[in-house]
Design a protein. Structure first.
Length: 400
């Protein structure tokens, strides 16, 4: 059983701050400061270019991928780290479409994160050949799988809706998609580190995700991609980067894909970001994911109960049933942006998503019941006294 009192001490959190935005950017692991400093000083500083061999920089994407793989139920050697989530979306979707060349439809939903849809739109424009993207409401995805049938090439969904926290039934949708012969891609940006995931047990074809949210890798931390072993040696990456080559330092003029998951590498690994992620994953190596989920649900339920009792002007946007949501709670309020700025000014940090969503993330690694109660108390006071209506809280910043 994970000791969450102990894990809280492993994060650097400012005094007087209740941080409920780890679903957007996880806080700094204390050990990451020394780990990055050591990478700068002892590796880059002393080893210079020899660090690629002596410090193992070139091997880090696979090593970190396997550690993330444990959290998402992936077999060793099937997950790799690098590049950005948008790049990994493109890689996965291009590879999936190549596996189903005679089918036209990519099925997603209106709740998918926009960058996933943007990448799909760009890819469809490039490929042409009559391909199209459908985005029904999340609740209608299962019905559309059946209706599209053998013209469905790829089902591409984000498991947890970034706005409301609504959670798809991954296992059921994968079964339905496979029943009509489609390939499935799951975006785990709001899943990995939030609750147990089992890409092997649910038979996912591809999975992608970022490491700067629940995994605490830091701003700009690299993304990850999982490819089911049955596909790993069959796919031909559309983004054929030099580090995905079978022999990068042979400097061949023609691309020859590397073995298995290695072919999904593209560019040079971000060494300093990987050092921070490495330190963060030291914490995750200690975490029991089932215990994490139990505590996450308890914190979310406590928050919902408190807010609904004290803030009648807020409307729950997340599913009420715990099994139907991730590790976040969202409320709707017409002036949600201003209310969130008022909260932040008083030391409770969440975030806002247009048009009216106030988001709160709950990570038991560093959030406890006292944090939840403090957040409810301050939010209640802000709503009761209309502190959100101050002019300064209505001025939109670049990042909301």
């Amino acid at each position: 059983m994970t000791d969450f009192n102990a894990t809280k001490r492993l994060f650097s959190l400012p005094d007087g701050v209740t941080y409920l935005d780890g679903n957007s950017l996880g806080p700094l692991p204390v050990a990451a400061q020394d780990r990055v400093a050591a990478c700068l000083r002892d590796e880059w500083g002393e080893m210079l270019i020899t660090g690629w061999n002596k410090a193992g920089w070139m091997d880090q994407p696979r090593a970190l991928g396997d550690r993330i793989g444990r959290l998402i139920g992936a077999a060793p050697g099937s997950t790799v780290v690098g590049d950005t989530l948008s790049i990994k979306v493109y890689q996965a979707l291009a590879s999936a479409l190549e596996l189903r060349p005679d089918r036209r439809v990519i099925l997603s939903d209106k709740g998918n994160f926009p960058t996933d849809l943007y990448m799909a739109e760009g890819l469809v424009r490039s490929l042409g050949q009559g391909r199209q993207i459908e985005t029904p409401s999340p609740e209608d995805v299962a019905e559309r799988i059946t209706a599209i049938g053998n013209d469905l090439a790829v089902l591409m969904l984000t498991e947890v809706d970034y706005r409301t926290g609504r959670r798809h039934d991954m296992a059921a949708l994968i079964r339905a998609a496979h029943a009509v012969g489609a390939v499935v891609i799951w975006d785990l940006a709001h899943s990995a580190g939030a609750f147990p995931v089992d890409v092997t047990g649910t038979d996912a074809d591809f999975a992608i995700g970022c490491t700067y949210k629940y995994l605490n890798g830091g701003p700009g931390a690299p993304a990850f991609i999982y490819v089911a072993p049955r596909h790993a040696d069959r796919i031909h990456p559309a983004l054929s980067g030099w580090l995905g080559h079978d022999a990068p330092f042979a400097f061949d003029q023609d691309y020859r894909p590397g073995p298995g998951i290695d072919r999904m590498r593209v560019g040079t690994p971000p060494v300093l970001q990987m050092a921070a992620l490495d330190a963060a994953l030291d914490i995750w190596d200690q975490v029991d994911m089932d215990a994490l989920r139990i505590q996450s649900v308890a914190l979310c339920e406590r928050f919902i109960e408190g807010v609904e009792a004290a803030c009648p002007d807020l409307t729950l946007a997340s599913p009420r049933e715990a099994s139907m949501r991730g590790s976040q709670v969202s409320f709707r309020f017409e002036h949600g942006y201003a209310a969130m700025q008022a909260l932040i000014a008083r030391g409770v940090i969440g975030d806002f998503r247009a048009p009216d969503i106030m988001r709160f993330g709950f990570t038991p690694l560093y959030i406890d019941e006292a944090d939840v109660d403090r957040a409810v108390e301050i939010l209640s006071d802000i709503m009761a006294t209309r502190q959100w209506d101050r002019p300064e809280y209505h001025t939109r910043a670049a990042v909301t």
